[in-house]
Design a protein around this ligand. Structure first.
Ligand SMILES: Cc1cc2nc3c(=O)[nH]c(=O)nc-3n(C[C@H](O)[C@H](O)[C@H](O)COP(=O)(O)OP(=O)(O)OC[C@H]3O[C@@H](n4cnc5c(N)ncnc54)[C@H](O)[C@@H]3O)c2cc1C
Ligand code: FES
Length: 298
């Protein structure tokens, strides 16, 4: 394993330079659900720095096909038998070139990682934390809930001071039960999990946003919502939260080329205090944004 430090902070204003490049070793790739996989990598330098909601870029260890790295969110960190952080896991759906290669990774293979990148979710500061996940958008919420419920500490140095919520709920929607990924990983003491499937094959028949409405019908005071998933779903969640005065953060999955602020391929529209809007780079100013600051495309 080798690692090297990130570039000097002077060239990329606003970014917290905690990122390193690391040759990571594949420990396993296992199916999680239809077309969905979990990977464990030995990558201690990046794993020990990551906080929930951050991401890293993945590339083959050598060659230039694909040329660009691909972004993936932290699912969780792993520890060795001495309790020292040894690596990380992430989940993915096979959609194209890189994910098709990743599906075939074998134990012992090396791959190139660059991270941690992005801001991550804010430390929890509410009585009831509701995480709303659509499809593979569930992946950031394992670490979010582990941290919120006091089971794990993330980041180096470990300086996030969240408050343990009185209640924690994961609302997880997929198109059909065969796409439910990692349910066992969300059997966390103190976490309530509710499922929705579009075709009614498991849990609530319908959209996960209907489960959110049910939750918010019971209570809005002291509730914060974290959300990740397809853009129309995140738009619906943001709209519902805004209507009821509930604070909401979204983790955007904007396609990215560099991941560290240099190429501007990942911009999203963010409201300015004077009522206008401007572009922000999702990779450095995000991927997590306060939903009330975002301008959604209609
Ligand atoms: C911050 C962040 C975190 C992410 N975390 C995860 C994760 O944990 N698990 C996971 O499965 N995916 C995640 N993604 C999406 C993941 O990066 C893409 O699925 C991946 O880059 C596809 O690579 P590929 O080479 O297989 O596909 P490509 O061959 O590059 O593309 C295949 C098709 O997918 C489209 N595509 C590629 N990236 C995206 C995207 N971000 N959004 C919509 N369409 C896209 C392309 O336009 C093309 O049509 C994340 C994205 C971001 C920005
Ligand atoms: S991906 Fe290059 S600036 Fe964001």
């Amino acid at each position: 394993m080798s690692s090297s430090s990130s570039p000097s902070g002077s060239c990329l204003p606003g970014m917290v330079f905690n990122a390193v490049q690391e040759q990571a070793t594949v420990e396993f790739v296992r199916p999680m659900a239809t077309n969905t996989w979990v990977v464990r990598l030995k990558a201690p330098e990046i794993a020990k720095r990551m906080i929930p909601g951050q991401f890293f870029m993945v590339r083959p260890a050598s060659g230039s096909d694909p040329l660009l790295g691909r972004p993936f969110a932290l699912y969780d960190i792993c520890h060795d038998s001495n309790g020292v952080v040894s690596g990380l896991e992430f989940g993915f759906v096979t959609v194209g070139k890189m994910t098709s290669l990743m599906q075939q990774w074998t134990p012992g293979e090396t791959v190139q990682l660059w991270g941690p990148l992005g801001n991550g979710f804010p430390p929890v500061a509410c009585e009831h934390l509701i995480c709303v996940a659509g499809g593979i958008g569930q992946t950031p919420f394992r670490a979010v809930m582990q941290e919120a419920l006091g089971n794990r500490i993330y980041g180096h140095p470990p300086n996030r001071r969240g408050a343990k919520p009185v209640k924690a709920t994961l609302l997880y929607g997929v198109r059909s039960k065969d796409y439910l990924a990692g349910l066992d990983d969300f059997r966390i003491p103190g976490l309530e999990v509710q499922i929705a499937t579009d075709d009614g094959t498991a849990g609530h028949p319908g959209y996960v946003t209907e489960l959110l409405k049910q939750q918010l019908n019971q209570r809005t005071d002291g509730v914060h919502v974290y959300c990740c998933g397809p853009e129309p779903m995140m738009h619906a969640v943001a709209t519902e939260c805004a209507r009821r005065g509930v604070r909401c953060w979204l983790s955007l999955e904007t396609p990215m080329a560099c991941g560290f602020g240099a190429c501007f391929s990942c911009v999203t529209k963010v409201k300015e205090p004077d009522g206008s809007w401007d572009y922000r780079r999702t990779c450095v100013e995000g991927p997590v944004f306060d939903a009330s600051t975002l301008v959604f495309s209609e």
